[in-house]
Write a protein that binds this ligand. Sequence first.
Ligand code: SAM
Length: 159
Amino acid sequence: MVVELGPGTGAFTAEIQRRLGGRGHHMAVEINPRLAEFLAARNPGVDVVVDDAARLPQLLRERGFERADAIVSGLPWAAFSAETQARLLDAVIAIMGPHTAFTTFAYSFAKRLPPAQRFRKRLIDTFEEVVAGRTVWGNLPPAFVYHVRRPRAEAVTRT
Ligand SMILES: C[S@@+](CC[C@H](N)C(=O)[O-])C[C@H]1O[C@@H](n2cnc3c(N)ncnc32)[C@H](O)[C@@H]1O
């Protein structure tokens, strides 16, 4: 089960589909109905859901799953309030097992802005493993990926 959050126009969607090569279940949760419609038309193999990513545990359960194997996020965490960051991250934690890989991108130019710093601190406080990848200068604007695993026990009991 690969869960994609905030797929937008589908740049990550197409790559996930390519790597899955017809295997597994790819659920993409997009809150904007117009983007979701565009995405579903272009990616018939993807289970596109128009919903808030905060409802991840229910969405997975409706499909007979408790946990995701991989979570790929395109959500703009640095644009969210502290409350929204916490609510969405709690939903992510709730569908993570000990081997789930959670990856989420961030823009390099925004690294030092308070909401981005707050999100980084929240990741470090919440997970045992947080690795920031290299800046991809070819992306416009340049961006990097956080590779995250293993929610801390305190974070899991909180959700
Ligand atoms: C930065 S864009 C996605 C980038 C994406 N990789 C692309 O190629 O377009 C963020 C997306 O997250 C969606 N989004 C924002 N809040 C959301 C939420 N709570 N649940 C699901 N999707 C959300 C937005 O509608 C938007 O499409």
